[in-house]
Design a binder for this molecule. Structure first.
Ligand SMILES: [Zn+2]
Length: 129
Protein backbone atom coordinates (compact mmCIF):
# COMPACT_ATOMS: atom_id res chain seq x y z
CA UNK A 1 0.00 0.00 0.00
CA UNK A 2 1.55 3.28 -1.13
CA UNK A 3 1.60 6.20 1.27
CA UNK A 4 -1.21 8.64 0.61
CA UNK A 5 -0.25 12.24 1.02
CA UNK A 6 -3.13 14.43 2.04
CA UNK A 7 -2.39 17.77 0.43
CA UNK A 8 -4.34 20.99 0.24
CA UNK A 9 -5.50 20.14 -3.27
CA UNK A 10 -7.99 17.38 -2.60
CA UNK A 11 -9.63 17.53 -6.02
CA UNK A 12 -6.74 16.53 -8.20
CA UNK A 13 -6.45 12.88 -9.08
CA UNK A 14 -3.29 11.03 -9.90
CA UNK A 15 -3.31 8.39 -12.61
CA UNK A 16 -2.90 5.73 -9.94
CA UNK A 17 -5.93 6.96 -8.02
CA UNK A 18 -8.05 7.09 -11.14
CA UNK A 19 -6.93 3.59 -12.06
CA UNK A 20 -7.93 2.42 -8.60
CA UNK A 21 -11.38 4.01 -8.77
CA UNK A 22 -11.83 2.62 -12.27
CA UNK A 23 -10.92 -0.82 -10.96
CA UNK A 24 -13.45 -0.54 -8.13
CA UNK A 25 -16.19 0.52 -10.53
CA UNK A 26 -15.39 -2.28 -12.96
CA UNK A 27 -15.35 -4.85 -10.16
CA UNK A 28 -18.76 -3.68 -9.03
CA UNK A 29 -20.10 -3.93 -12.58
CA UNK A 30 -18.90 -7.53 -12.80
CA UNK A 31 -20.59 -8.39 -9.50
CA UNK A 32 -23.80 -6.64 -10.46
CA UNK A 33 -23.91 -8.37 -13.82
CA UNK A 34 -23.49 -11.73 -12.16
CA UNK A 35 -26.41 -10.79 -9.86
CA UNK A 36 -28.53 -9.71 -12.81
CA UNK A 37 -27.93 -12.98 -14.61
CA UNK A 38 -28.88 -14.93 -11.51
CA UNK A 39 -32.05 -12.94 -10.94
CA UNK A 40 -33.02 -13.13 -14.59
CA UNK A 41 -32.75 -16.88 -14.67
CA UNK A 42 -34.89 -17.06 -11.53
CA UNK A 43 -37.47 -14.77 -13.09
CA UNK A 44 -37.40 -16.68 -16.38
CA UNK A 45 -37.84 -20.03 -14.67
CA UNK A 46 -40.97 -18.66 -12.99
CA UNK A 47 -40.11 -20.72 -9.96
CA UNK A 48 -38.96 -18.14 -7.50
CA UNK A 49 -40.88 -19.93 -4.77
CA UNK A 50 -40.38 -23.45 -5.92
CA UNK A 51 -42.44 -26.14 -4.25
CA UNK A 52 -45.19 -23.76 -3.16
CA UNK A 53 -48.79 -24.87 -3.42
CA UNK A 54 -51.44 -23.23 -5.51
CA UNK A 55 -53.66 -21.60 -2.90
CA UNK A 56 -54.29 -17.87 -2.86
CA UNK A 57 -51.63 -16.96 -0.29
CA UNK A 58 -48.90 -18.79 -2.18
CA UNK A 59 -49.89 -17.19 -5.46
CA UNK A 60 -49.55 -13.82 -3.76
CA UNK A 61 -46.14 -14.72 -2.38
CA UNK A 62 -45.09 -15.86 -5.83
CA UNK A 63 -46.12 -12.56 -7.39
CA UNK A 64 -44.36 -10.66 -4.64
CA UNK A 65 -41.15 -12.65 -5.05
CA UNK A 66 -41.24 -12.19 -8.79
CA UNK A 67 -41.79 -8.46 -8.49
CA UNK A 68 -39.00 -8.23 -5.97
CA UNK A 69 -36.61 -10.05 -8.31
CA UNK A 70 -37.55 -7.70 -11.13
CA UNK A 71 -37.06 -4.63 -8.93
CA UNK A 72 -33.64 -5.90 -7.81
CA UNK A 73 -32.64 -6.52 -11.40
CA UNK A 74 -33.75 -3.06 -12.52
CA UNK A 75 -31.88 -1.50 -9.63
CA UNK A 76 -28.73 -3.46 -10.46
CA UNK A 77 -28.99 -2.45 -14.11
CA UNK A 78 -29.29 1.16 -13.07
CA UNK A 79 -26.14 0.88 -10.95
CA UNK A 80 -24.26 -0.78 -13.81
CA UNK A 81 -25.24 2.13 -16.07
CA UNK A 82 -24.07 4.65 -13.46
CA UNK A 83 -20.76 2.84 -13.02
CA UNK A 84 -20.25 2.63 -16.78
CA UNK A 85 -20.89 6.34 -17.01
CA UNK A 86 -18.32 7.04 -14.30
CA UNK A 87 -15.76 4.88 -16.14
CA UNK A 88 -16.51 6.72 -19.37
CA UNK A 89 -15.89 9.98 -17.53
CA UNK A 90 -12.57 8.68 -16.20
CA UNK A 91 -11.58 7.70 -19.76
CA UNK A 92 -12.69 11.08 -21.09
CA UNK A 93 -10.74 12.91 -18.40
CA UNK A 94 -13.83 14.57 -16.95
CA UNK A 95 -14.11 12.44 -13.83
CA UNK A 96 -14.63 14.35 -10.61
CA UNK A 97 -16.24 17.37 -12.25
CA UNK A 98 -19.84 18.15 -11.28
CA UNK A 99 -22.15 17.64 -14.26
CA UNK A 100 -24.28 20.56 -13.19
CA UNK A 101 -21.98 23.36 -11.99
CA UNK A 102 -18.69 22.01 -13.45
CA UNK A 103 -16.85 22.51 -10.19
CA UNK A 104 -14.80 19.68 -8.66
CA UNK A 105 -17.04 17.20 -6.84
CA UNK A 106 -14.47 16.64 -4.13
CA UNK A 107 -12.29 13.65 -3.69
CA UNK A 108 -13.66 12.59 -0.34
CA UNK A 109 -17.18 12.38 -1.71
CA UNK A 110 -16.02 10.41 -4.75
CA UNK A 111 -14.02 8.00 -2.66
CA UNK A 112 -17.19 7.31 -0.69
CA UNK A 113 -19.46 7.38 -3.78
CA UNK A 114 -17.28 6.65 -6.83
CA UNK A 115 -20.22 6.95 -9.21
CA UNK A 116 -21.31 10.41 -8.07
CA UNK A 117 -21.74 12.84 -10.96
CA UNK A 118 -22.94 15.81 -8.94
CA UNK A 119 -21.27 17.76 -6.14
CA UNK A 120 -22.94 17.80 -2.74
CA UNK A 121 -24.52 21.21 -3.33
CA UNK A 122 -26.07 20.27 -6.68
CA UNK A 123 -27.14 16.89 -5.37
CA UNK A 124 -29.00 18.55 -2.50
CA UNK A 125 -30.60 20.99 -4.90
CA UNK A 126 -31.74 18.09 -7.07
CA UNK A 127 -33.19 16.21 -4.12
CA UNK A 128 -35.13 19.25 -3.00
CA UNK A 129 -36.80 19.55 -6.40
ZN1 LIG B 1 -22.31 21.06 -8.63
Amino acid sequence: MAAVTQTATPSTWSDEELAEVRGRLQEEIDELEADILRHESEIASGDVTQGAGDDQADAGAKTYEREREIALTLNARDLVAQNERAIARIDAGTYGVCESCHKPIGKERLQAFPRATLCVTCKQKEERR
